[in-house]
Design a protein around this ligand. Sequence first.
Ligand code: FES
Length: 602
Amino acid sequence: LFAVDFEPVGRRGKCPENHSLLECARNLNVDIVSICGGMSSCHRCKVQVISGDVSALTAEEKSALSDRELKQNYRLACLTYPKGNVKVHVPPESLTAPQRTQVEGLELDVEPEPPVLGLEVRAASPSLSNPESDDLALWAALVQHQVPRGTIDLSVQQSLSPQLRDLDWRVRVALRENEIVALGAPGTRWLGLAADIGTTKIAAYLVDMESGKTLASRGLMNPQISYGEDVVSRIFAAGKSVENAAKLQRLLVDALNEAAAAMCSEMNAEPSNIVEAVVVGNTAIHHLFLKLPVIQLGMSPYVPAVRSAMDVKARDLGLQIACGAYVHLLPNIAGYVGADHVAMLLATGISEATDATLAIDIGTNTEICLNHEGRMTSVSCASGPAFEGAHIKFGMRAAPGAIEHARLSGGKLEYQTIGGEPPVGICGSGLLDVVAQLRLNNVIAGSGRMGPHALVRKRDGMAEFVLVERADKEPITVSQKDVRELQLAKAAIRLGIRSLIESEGLPEERIQKVIIAGAFGTFIDVESAIAIGMLPPLPLERFSQVGNAAGTGARLALISQTQRLKAQEIAARDGYIELACIPDFNRKFAEASSLAGPVLQT
Ligand code: FES
């Protein structure tokens, strides 16, 4: 038996010698994507061997893996056998959906320079000969930390006198610039809250303000969804009445309060230990969260009420964290390019790229940025909720039973469902795979029209491809209309990319790096996305999938003042193209909706 360690899921156990890494993973309940069931034909079970001896590379693996992957010790789990104790990294795209959430992202690798410092002091108790007031006694004690006298938040001041006496004049102060924002017993661990509020989902993180370490995280749905799937419907809902706007704000705050409380209880801490928060979201979400007017965002020329970074008291928004704590909001760029985009750019480091680099955050709304020779330009495209399974006949979110990967082989469809459950529908990555496979096998023409095939049938006059026959229920299908929905979504993204590179006069093949962010983008098959012409046909090694980069950016801004300044510099530097204003929009959009894949002609 060999010890096998799967990271970052953190599953370890013993595995027999004659078991492949895929079998070991199954034994240890690590769900690795394996559409072909371990027959070495789907090439989706990629893992990276970090340490330890494994069987020799097979010819099959050599042809399935890129040069870069081979150099980095990537292997196909179904063809690799441990020869001793091994440590294996399972990249997010190789994990099936139940083991991932929208909180996964890049690790933080900056030195913490927290905006809130924890300082421990012993204040002098007053006496008749020294009848000093409590506030000045505290400031006098802070002199030992070279802290000049500043201000004390009113809520802290209101409880200062009894607290000093209860704690025998020894306290831990949370100091933000020159303001005391919280006070606790000696040894109190000050925490921070970072949140990325997406149109559909929210990712929240609890961070240690001193070490910068992420202690806990939560992924949850954005409860505003009951007011509409996209931001435009929420803008109009909020614009209808003051009560609606207040309700939409309350929904976000309640969700964050709940997430903060749950993460704190996991860490045996109190929400009152959270002394700073950073919240990012698109411009509409940012405005709704701050109770700012949003109506102008829904009308041409779509201007934000605020672009600058802001610091506001958490209590003014209803956030139940330390009473004197602040929420920092990163700057917005434009009406449809918000602080979450800035956070994504910060986390991916695209502003420092020296090669032509694209960063794409795929979601209900997709934001794309191109850095070419130091010039950064962004565009926002309404890709719609098709990737979330909305408006697709058997569409569903990534949940157990959703077909998440598929392949057409020898006229038969092979598929994998989330959790290995009996299929109940199809999620975004599955739809992308199916349409790509149908296109590659010429079942669908470049125009998107579905042609004849043994699995294509007509229903109510519309062609549909049968994915799964079910004894007692209607078969699960992808219809001609579903293909059209996907075409609209992918056309928006491809046109966004095209408008950016054309504005720079840059041929597509000169893009050296494509960073794909966002929960959905991280789990798509890049080859499928290229096959349907959603992404440019570049060598696969130029693509990287980085998880929730906006969440990572929010955490960076939470723990580092320098990162906050950098975010402001990025927002000031980033240019913006309004997609609807590009010349000949309709023709270009129609071209971009082609499933032909290869380079689009101007
Ligand atoms: S499971 Fe390894 S190639 Fe399919």
